[in-house]
Design a binder for this molecule. Structure first.
Ligand code: THU
Length: 150
């Protein structure tokens, strides 16, 4: 993973924060946005969507992956930024002291679309003190994926 330069990472992080304004999170009141950057320059972003049956809630990253794959994207994933926190009056998350990193299920979902294109995307978490970048392969080592099912 080469990662994004600071300016591109900040731009993607802002797209994630903007996406978080569409969060439907009346139960946790924790708004999360995820923005996926693809090799063709496209950004696909989504927010978390909760349910009165709490366990059915969907993470921002899962929704962004489903949205991108629903548009026909298969691979080409360069980076994903995640912004999460308690919403301000505009519904945007206030940045906490620690970056929000994808949950285990979302790491696996991100691995699927990344593996289809052979990339190891940068995962960018946003916190009050700045951005943290880490390779998806470091968050999900020895991942199970499409290559295992040949
Ligand atoms: N959530 C995400 O959308 N992404 C994450 O990476 C962590 C958690 C959501 C799920 C739930 O709607 C809320 O944040 C609190 O867990």
């Amino acid at each position: 993973m080469s990662g994004l330069d600071a300016a591109d990472a900040a731009t993607l992080a802002m797209a994630a924060r903007e996406a978080a304004r569409t969060a439907y999170a009346p139960y946790s009141r924790f708004h999360v946005g995820a923005a996926l950057l693809f090799a063709d320059g496209a950004v696909v972003a989504a927010a978390n969507v909760e349910n009165a049956s709490y366990g059915l809630s969907l993470c921002a990253e899962a929704n962004a992956v489903a949205k991108a794959m629903g548009e026909g994207r298969r691979g080409g994933l360069l980076a994903v930024a995640i912004a999460g926190g308690r919403p301000d009056r505009a519904g945007s998350p206030a940045f906490g002291p620690d970056p929000v990193m994808p949950c285990g299920r979302c790491r696996q979902m991100l691995h699927e679309i990344a593996a289809l294109g052979g990339t190891d995307p940068a995962v960018i978490g946003v916190a009050a003190g700045g951005l943290t970048q880490v390779a998806l392969s470091a968050l999900l080592p020895h991942a199970f994926g499409p290559a295992n099912l040949v």
